[in-house]
Design a protein around this ligand. Structure first.
Ligand code: FAQ
Length: 356
């Protein structure tokens, strides 16, 4: 399923089939219904649900650490989608044609939508979107390292789609089988949209790679800059990953950071060949024994620096987000006033109906 012989129109390496399987499993789990809810020890029931590969739902008892892990991961994921709009937003006004502009605009809007689904999934755990946004703005929650790198050329729009959305898909398809129902359901829809995002990026790069020498050079330069940061998106190596073991026991994560990174590399090699672009790793070579590619690991020291806030664009990204939040205050106030007015009108209409 993760091999290189994907059909030409499926640059996600056939992963969409896995999304559909997860969707069917979710439906079947819902149909089977919940067993033994009444009078059962809640911790035992939680363990049973996890062991049976069923879904934990918001109304269910869950260990506080499970809840906290989910809030941390889903919030980080939501913030990534919202901050992730900035590097591409930078190129909307400079897209080379109306067609490219319309597509990029739609993609960036999708990212806002993904952020909203994810904040809504996090809210089912008893935390409000406002609280999560405040934590991000106060620098107390993270977002993905990848969005702290600059977008220097139009080719970066192609590479972000191919590599960044590609890495996101490899990471997120297993999350469609996450043990927490609202997160798993949000991920199904997100992965379907990410697949389109990846294809549009691949198509931009394919066009550039088969264009003029200058366009080809721009595409190669872009792949050279984004390759290692994309590998780093999967997180620290398994030996340094603080949360993986527990998250895998709880079936929040289904694969370790290194397993997913390897899948991504194995998927990209064949795709780079079709593009006619080189991956910037002289050590990349097929290992017959492992049935996988050997590759140079990203610089994890750099990843930690970026996570701590010292990446090339961390300051700029956060300043922009804080400014946008400040400048959007009147929109939030207007929306709240409108909602209150509507609720008031509805209440008055109800009372009138009762009195009549
Ligand atoms: N960046 O113990 P682990 C996208 C932190 S969405 C920043 O391995 P875990 C769509 C980690 O939080 C991209 N921080 O952690 C798009 C933890 O810190 P803490 C976002 C990172 O959670 C495309 C510490 O390091 N995707 O791209 C990173 O088990 C194009 C130790 O790490 C998701 O969020 C990193 N790269 O595994 C949008 C997917 N890696 O909290 C726009 C969901 C690690 O202890 C344009 N998240 N850290 O202080 C996950 O799958 C996981 O959270 C991992 C990390 C795999 C990211």
């Amino acid at each position: 399923m993760y091999g290189n012989d994907f059909p030409a129109d499926d640059t996600s390496g056939g992963l969409l089939g896995e999304v559909e399987a997860a969707e069917t499993a979710l439906r079947e789990a819902a149909e089977r219904g919940r067993r033994g809810a009444a009078g059962v020890n809640p911790a035992a029931y939680f363990a049973e649900v996890i062991a049976a590969d069923q879904k934990v739902e918001p109304r269910d008892w869950m260990p506080e650490a499970y809840r906290a892990t989910l809030i941390r991961q889903i919030a980080q994921h939501a913030h990534s989608e919202i901050i992730g709009m900035q590097p591409e937003g930078n190129w909307i006004t400079r897209a080379p044609s109306l067609r490219r502009k319309a597509i990029l605009l739609a993609k960036v809007q999708d990212e806002a939508g993904h952020g909203l689904y994810l904040y809504a999934a996090a809210e089912t755990l008893g935390v409000s979107r406002d609280e999560l946004v405040d934590l991000l703005l106060a620098g107390r929650q993270k977002y993905s390292s990848i969005f702290n790198y600059p977008t220097l050329s139009w080719a970066d729009m192609g590479t972000i789609g191919w590599l960044v959305d590609g890495a996101a898909i490899v990471n997120q398809v297993p999350l469609c089988r996450c043990s927490y129902g609202p997160y798993a359901r949000a991920m199904i829809r997100i992965c379907k949209e990410e697949s389109f995002h990846q294809r549009q990026g691949y198509e931009i790069l394919h066009t550039l790679a088969h264009g003029t020498p200058a366009q080809r050079e721009m595409a190669q330069d872009s792949v050279n800059r984004w390759w290692y940061p994309s590998l780093a998106m999967f997180g620290p190596p398994d030996t340094d990953s603080t949360h993986s073991a527990q998250s895998m026991d709880w079936k929040i994560k289904r694969f370790s950071n290194d397993e997913l990174r390897q899948r991504f590399v194995d998927m990209c090699v064949g795709q780079a060949e079709v593009l006619g672009l080189a991956l910037p790793d002289p050590a990349l070579c097929w290992n017959e024994e492992r049935g996988a590619y050997d590759f140079t690991q990203p610089d994890y020291g750099e990843l930690m620096q970026v996570i701590k806030g010292a990446g090339p664009c961390n300051r700029q990204r956060m300043e922009h987000r804080r400014r946008a939040h400040r400048e959007g205050a009147w929109v939030r106030a207007a929306a709240a006033a409108y909602a209150a007015k509507q609720a008031n009108q509805k209440e008055q209409a109800n009372q009138k109906e009762k009195a009549a």
